[in-house]
Design a binder for this molecule. Sequence first.
Ligand code: HEM
Length: 467
Amino acid sequence: MPTPLLPAIEAPTAPFPWVPRWRTLLTSLAMARDPIGNLNRAHAAHGDTVGLHLGGIRPCYVTRDPALVQHILRQHHRRYLKSDLTHGLIRYIGRGLLTNEGPDWLRQRRLIQPAFHRQRLAGLTRLMQAAAEEWTQELQARTATGPALVDIHEAMTRVAFRIIAQATFGTSMSDAERDRLSDILTQIQAFYVRTIRQPYLRPWLQGTGSYRRHEALSRELRELVRTYIRKRQRAGTSPATPHNDLLQMLLDVRYEDTGEPMMEEQLVDEANILLLAGHETSANALSWLFYLLAEHPEAAAQIRQERAAAGLAHRAPEFEELARLPYSMQVIQETMRLYPPAWILDRVALEDDEFQGHPFPKGTLFSLYIYGLHRHPTLWPAPNAFRPERFAPGAQPPVPAYAYLPFGGGPRLCIGNHFALAEIQLVLLETLRHFTVAPITKEEVVPVPLVTLRPQEGVVLQFERLA
Ligand code: HEM
């Protein structure tokens, strides 16, 4: 068990309590092993915003104060940028919506936003449903002779990648091409996390050619995506062969100011970012969802009842019908409260700023601790309990303001939030239509907080055909 952090020594100029540096140096290994446990203890000891040195080196305020989070993400968002932790991805993935900043970001966001409007999503839900069916057919085969044990994170990563790749590039991409894209992104991401988590390994990684290898992977990724874009441009689109995917939309849109289309390299960046931002987060949300339903069969039963009451027991719902299944959405919301895939967000002050009389200088690094916010002991009754009905309309107490941010907040709110909720709901409904899900051990699954919050390796659940 990692040693708890000691009480803070408040430096005279520090606006918030500050954990002494020697202390974070001593506990840096424990912090790397169990960041969530350590951050929770720091907040319990010192309050909702606490200064500490990340990895024993880098000064940072970690906050679970909804007012400060709102200050940074919404009210004064212009005074903050993402930090080099996010910008470092540009080297491998490119400068797309997630990694871009300033006027360039705003111009791209305005251009791309319409692709995620409800009407467009309605078109994309058909392929989400097809991916959900492909997964349940696989499960049918695996459960032919009895219950099947499924590595849920592995399965949901495949389902989520299929959905985002098809939504982005259409259905004509081969399985081999899609698998290669997924493989490259997984390798790049794992390597990037390593360089951030263990910065002292960088010289060694340099010496052994790891940086070079991953840059080569990044070039391969760009080449694959570029080739695909060119293929689409050559094929064109016609009323007989319409392409209702995100790529076609990115090709068709024009900047308001110039009337020009997006440059090819920008298109590659944006497509890469959609693949990256849109698969691991959704895969994690889905994995946690089935894990919680295995623990709470009563919630799964209620989802089936709701569906039957809505007259949808025997067919997949259309996009417009999803809203008639509010309890299933509450289960998803509660899952993302307990296990927010984006568990921590980073921001740096672009200029001197102050919050409730606490001044802090330009360059101050903030970690917005979404996991801590979602389980805040005084903001949520029974914060660690699974209670989907917290999200029911008119629930008392209501969801506290700026304490529930699975998709972030302010102008940089996730552009794919409705997309993600629709795909998760469809995969959930399709699965529960045919199967029950149960745990195979009583052990609690430990969350692994990397860039996103995933379950520990090899979480296996038991799926069985419904009688
Ligand atoms: C459960 C699934 C998802 C979760 C929890 C999630 C979470 C988030 C969060 C918290 C942010 C804000 C990051 C920040 O402010 O630093 C974000 C941004 C973003 N997400 Fe998602 N996301 C999900 C699914 C998706 C999907 C499916 C897509 C694409 C189809 C997507 C595309 C993006 C993009 C492009 C951004 C950057 C937006 C911008 O800054 O303008 N996300 N996401």
